[in-house]
Design a protein around this ligand. Structure first.
Ligand SMILES: C[S@@+](CC[C@H](N)C(=O)[O-])C[C@H]1O[C@@H](n2cnc3c(N)ncnc32)[C@H](O)[C@@H]1O
Length: 199
C-alpha cells in the first residue's frame, strides 16, 4: 500500500509499524507529564479571555461557566465578549479592522498577551503550564488570551502579541477554541500544582 499523500507533511502514518517518518509527537510514555513549574510556587496573575463573536450558544456558555469555576480555584478569570462586526459592514477588511480596534481598546500595557491562531506555535499541555509560569515572571499584571472572530484577528492585535499559539492544526470555530483553551488552562494549573487530572 502506498503512503497516503498527507503523511509526509504531518509526519503521521496510519500504520506506525510501516512508518519511515518520525511521528509528529513523542509517544505518551516518553512525553514529560510535568512542567518546569510543577510543584513550584508560581506568581498568580488574573486571566482574561477576549473573544470576538455574537451571542454564545447555551452549550458554550454552560461549559464556559464550568471551566471558569474550575479555573477560579487557581486564579481570577474573566471572559469578555467583543462584539463581532460592530460596523455591520459587508467588507471583510473593514470588519477585521473594527474588531481589531475594539480588541486593542481592551488591552493594557501591563497585559501579557497570548494570541490564539491556527498558525501559531504548537504547544503540548505542559508547555501551556510553562507559559503561565513564564508570564508570571515578566512583570506583567494580567494574562490575556485573544480569540478572533470568523475572519480571524487583525494586524494590531497580532503585532501586540507576546506569544502566538495554536490549539490544533485544525481551524476551530471561535466558541470551540474558547472551550478548548479553558480546558487547557485548567489542565495547565493542575500540572503546575502536580494534581491528578493530567496523566
Ligand atoms: C473561525 S477562526 C478564524 C479563522 C481564520 N482563518 C483566521 O484567519 O484566523 C476564529 C478564531 O478562533 C481561533 N482559532 C481557530 N482555530 C484555532 C486553532 N487551531 N488554534 C488556536 N486558535 C484557533 C483563532 O483565534 C481564530 O481567530
Amino acid at each position: 500500500m502506498g503512503v497516503l499523500p498527507w503523511s509526509c507533511r504531518c509526519g503521521l502514518n496510519p500504520s506506525p509499524s510501516k512508518s519511515r517518518g518520525a511521528p509528529a509527537r513523542p509517544p505518551p510514555a516518553t512525553r514529560g507529564r510535568r512542567s518546569k513549574y510543577t510543584g513550584q510556587s508560581v506568581r498568580v496573575m488574573p486571566m482574561r479571555v477576549l473573544t470576538v463573536g455574537k451571542k454564545r450558544s447555551q452549550g458554550t456558555q454552560l461549559l464556559l461557566e464550568e471551566y471558569k469555576e474550575k479555573l477560579g480555584h487557581y486564579c481570577d478569570v474573566e471572559d469578555t465578549l467583543i462584539k463581532s462586526n460592530p460596523k455591520l459592514t459587508s467588507d471583510v477588511k473593514v470588519q477585521i479592522e473594527a474588531e481589531d480596534a475594539s480588541m486593542m481598546q481592551q488591552l493594557k500595557a501591563e497585559d501579557f498577551v497570548v494570541v490564539l491562531d491556527e498558525n501559531g506555535k504548537d504547544l503540548i499541555s505542559e508547555q501551556i503550564a510553562d507559559l503561565i509560569g513564564d508570564a508570571g515572571n515578566t512583570g506583567s499584571s494580567r494574562l490575556t488570551f485573544c480569540i478572533g472572530g470568523p475572519y480571524g484577528l487583525g494586524e494590531q492585535v497580532r503585532e501586540r502579541a507576546d506569544a502566538t499559539i495554536r490549539l490544533s492544526s485544525l481551524v476551530l470555530n471561535h466558541q470551540v477554541a474558547l472551550i478548548v483553551l479553558m480546558e487547557q488552562l485548567y489542565r495547565a494549573w493542575t500540572i503546575i500544582k502536580g494534581q491528578k487530572y493530567h496523566h
